[in-house]
Design a protein around this ligand. Structure first.
Ligand code: AMP
Length: 139
């Protein structure tokens, strides 16, 4: 399947639609999910195009995973989490909805289930969570 340059994350990378970023380097961007399944739900994407795990290069995968580790450590601290869930979906049958590779980084607490998907978050609350993650990354 071909990469669609008009997918929503490509538009975020081009600055055509806004995102609440928490971290960026030469190869990756990390930003808040607007439908968070847990407080502090972050998405990590490569800056270069690929649909998902199936067509990504080893370099893209390595860069995205390194940033996911950095963000995972930060959300552990920012949310006093007991653990982190990392999710990644491939093609429609695999649960993927946005066709630009992304890892979900979800801080977790014992006994607290993930929220149902598809519920829009409060952008002010999400901005506050992003601030906590940025502070943990800086510290
Ligand atoms: P999936 O492709 O199934 O991994 O899901 C795509 C994820 O992207 C979902 O968790 C959505 O809430 C999230 N999402 C969709 N549009 C945006 C956006 N503009 N900014 C941040 N997250 C988004």
């Amino acid at each position: 399947m071909a990469y669609d340059p008009d997918n929503i994350f490509a538009k975020i990378l081009r600055g055509e639609i806004p995102a609440t970023s928490v971290y960026e380097d030469a190869q990756t961007l990390a930003f808040m999910d607007i439908m968070p399944r847990a407080d502090g739900h972050v998405l990590v994407i490569p800056k270069t195009p690929c649909r998902n795990l199936l067509d990504a290069s080893p370099d893209q995968l390595a860069a995205v995973m390194a940033t996911a580790q950095r963000v995972a450590r930060a959300v552990m601290q920012a949310f006093d989490a007991g653990g982190v869930t990392v999710q990644q979906f491939n093609e429609t049958a695999g649960g993927q909805e946005v066709f630009h590779l992304h890892l979900h980084v979800l801080p977790r607490h014992d006994g607290v289930a993930l929220r149902a998907p598809g519920q829009m978050g409060d952008m002010e609350v999400i901005a506050g969570h992003a601030e906590r993650i940025r502070a943990a990354l800086a510290g």
